[in-house]
Design a protein around this ligand. Structure first.
Ligand SMILES: O=C(O)CCC(=O)C(=O)O
Ligand SMILES: [Fe+2]
Length: 334
């Protein structure tokens, strides 16, 4: 299994110190009272074949109340999604030495991530590996033609869906209709392929640590393994996989733009002992110089550029293992 990243080895010190001090239950899934109960519940499931006014209303309500929803009849051919899964499985089976050395697939060195080298405690662990590719870099993967063309087909198919969704969400606000065309492009959006290997200590670490996405919105394809959870009314809730559905979630930028009307909700992936899990996320981001302002009175957040936010995030993650995110820009700091 020379493709597996040495996750256990990398978390050895954190695991040993947690055992030594016997912190709480030692189970990251129950790391605060609010997370003791995990309910199985179904997110709003929205059919994009309904009348436009009907699904628009459902989308706006779900983004406001949940920050998450699932869509069916989304227009992405199942064949593209299945092919992506196949290619994704294949690419992660390349030897770890190959994946982790710079220039993997002719991509920038930061494209491949495994575990979390900044983790300061077990709540910041990721039992996973990921390939994060900006759309304008997909062409660089020319030596792996089937992976390149499949990622290209995925990005091309998701693009009209994501543009449709942001227009619907923006219509409710006073955001100029040209806002997204002017600020978001191929250069700024990205795809992240995630792989969660089976984990021998699923109660000690996360598959993916709790976080909010920095994007405007994220479109996610998850497989049937389950494990994705979101925070709803102070409790962790399972996002049960629905065949042929895609998960959509609001990111920090839309929360800011909507003056807090739409919610960027914390989510995480629990580690699983027996099964491998794959997911693919499409992040709809603006260019670094895009100005994000809160459309609402009084504004909750000061104006900021996406570049400023990204820099702060990087600094916070390096120093503390986690990001502060939008709170940096609150008009009245909490
Ligand atoms: O794998 C998942 O289901 C979630 C992935 C995710 O939250 C992310 O990549 O930001
Ligand atoms: Fe996420």
């Amino acid at each position: 299994m020379d493709f597996e990243p040495p996750l256990l080895e990398s978390y050895k010190t954190l695991l040993q110190s947690s055992l030594g001090f016997g912190v709480g239950t030692g189970d990251v899934r129950n790391d605060d009272k609010s997370s003791m109960v995990v309910e199985i519940c179904e997110l709003p499931l929205i059919d994009l074949n309904l009348k436009r006014e009907e699904f628009m209303k459902e989308i706006i309500e779900a983004a406001r109340d949940w920050g998450f929803f699932q869509v069916v009849n989304h227009g992405i051919p199942q064949e593209v999604l299945q092919k992506l899964k196949f290619e994704q499985k294949k690419v992660f089976q390349r030897p770890f030495s190959n994946k982790s050395q710079g220039n993997f697939l002719n991509l920038p060195v930061t494209c491949y991530r495994w575990g979390n080298s900044f983790a300061k405690n077990l709540r910041q662990t990721n039992w996973s590996e990921a390939l994060h590719i900006f759309l304008h870099d997909i062409g660089k993967v020319y030596q792996e033609e089937s992976l390149r063309s499949t990622m290209d087909a995925f990005a091309t198919a998701v693009s009209p869906l994501v543009e449709n969704l942001v227009q619907i969400l923006a219509q409710k606000l006073n955001v100029p209709l040209s806002y997204f065309k002017e600020n978001c492009s191929e250069k700024s959006c990205s795809v992240r392929l995630n792989r969660y290997p089976p984990c021998p200590l699923p109660s000690k670490v996360y598959g993916l640590m709790p976080h909010t996405d920095t994007s405007f919105i994220t479109i996610l394809q998850q497989d049937q393994a389950g494990g994705l959870q979101l925070m709803k009314d102070g409790q962790w809730v399972d996002v049960k996989p629905v065949t042929e559905a895609l998960v959509v979630n609001i990111g920090d930028l839309f929360q800011a733009l909507s003056n807090g009307f739409y919610k960027s909700v914390k989510h995480r992936v629990v580690a699983m002992e027996k099964v491998e899990r794959l997911s693919a996320a499409y992040f709809y981001n603006p260019s670094p110089d895009a100005v994000i302002q809160s459309y609402g009175t009084p504004p909750l957040y000061k104006k900021f550029t996406f570049g400023e936010m990204a820099k702060l995030k990087q600094k916070d993650v390096m120093e503390t293992g986690d990001k502060v995110g939008l709170s940096w820009f609150l008009c009245t700091p909490s």
